[in-house]
Design a protein around this ligand. Structure first.
Ligand SMILES: Cc1cc2nc3c(=O)[nH]c(=O)nc-3n(C[C@H](O)[C@H](O)[C@H](O)COP(=O)(O)O)c2cc1C
Length: 232
């Protein structure tokens, strides 16, 4: 696949075929992702790739605790709830997903089912937990580097026909993940990525989320001094 095809084609996948993903393919994808740049080449990231029974135990533990109302417990700072334009974008993509799935606003049961799906890692055959070295905790560079490698991972996966969804739902009950994935004490749990072969019949997988325009995001400085029209 060409770069543009990968970047423009990728979208979060929330419905998977049950087929297993070969370990060698996941190793290849992680290897590609790890070509990402990192602060001073520290490469603070690590990956716990989980499938089978341990993943089922994590699904069950997450679901049980969320239903029981156990408060979230993540291993890094989280901000306030979203407001303003950020809240609007959050609601915007949720509306797209619910509409694709035919879930009505008032249908509490279906909405709850949808949320629980996330805590089961969308029933994907594989879950990758991204962690970072605890000794680098406190530097904002570290989560930045984890974000870079995670984005590269989901793009590399897509280029090989694999779907993913980066998610916080999988690590909201981090003690469950730590226990069943056997995460080492010198690692901090950052994020979860569900991974597997996309089920393209699953309606939410067709959703293409919106982006603000480049002119809203990018400020160009000094360009007015440049000759227009390119490479003169
Ligand atoms: C840090 C992060 C956390 C996310 N957490 C969740 C999540 O918990 N559940 C979910 O369904 N999607 C989650 N997503 C996926 C986003 O909703 C999705 O990337 C965004 O809406 C853009 O859509 P796209 O990935 O299809 O382009 C998360 C994405 C990121 C980068």
């Amino acid at each position: 696949m060409q770069f543009d095809e990968v970047v423009l084609g990728r979208r979060s996948i929330r419905g998977y075929k049950p087929d297993p993903v070969p370990r060698a393919l996941i190793e290849e994808v992680i290897g590609l992702a790890m070509r990402s740049p990192s602060s001073m080449n520290t490469q603070p990231w690590n990956f716990y790739v989980i499938t089978g029974e341990p993943l089922n135990r994590i699904r069950a533990g997450n679901t049980e605790r969320m239903i029981a109302g156990v408060p979230q417990s993540r291993e890094f700072r989280t901000g306030q709830g979203f407001a303003g334009k950020h809240r609007d974008r959050q609601v915007g993509v949720a509306k797209q997903l619910f509409s694709a799935m035919g879930i009505e606003r008032e249908d509490k049961e279906e909405r709850q089912d949808w949320v629980l799906r996330g805590f089961r890692q969308f029933d994907a055959p594989v879950c990758v937990i991204v962690t970072y070295d605890r000794e680098l905790d406190g530097s904002d560079d570290t989560p930045f580097d984890c974000g870079a490698v995670t984005t590269a991972l989901v793009l590399a996966a897509w280029s090989r026909g694999l779907g993913t969804v980066i998610n916080s739902q999988g690590i909201m009950q981090s003690p469950v993940v730590r226990e069943h994935a056997g995460i080492a004490e010198d690692q901090i749990i950052m994020k979860s990525i569900a991974l597997g072969w996309p089920d393209f019949d699953f309606p939410a997988n067709a959703v293409v989320s919106e982006r603000k325009p480049v002119r809203e995001a990018a400020v160009f400085v000094g360009f007015e001094d440049q000759a227009q029209g390119g490479s003169a």
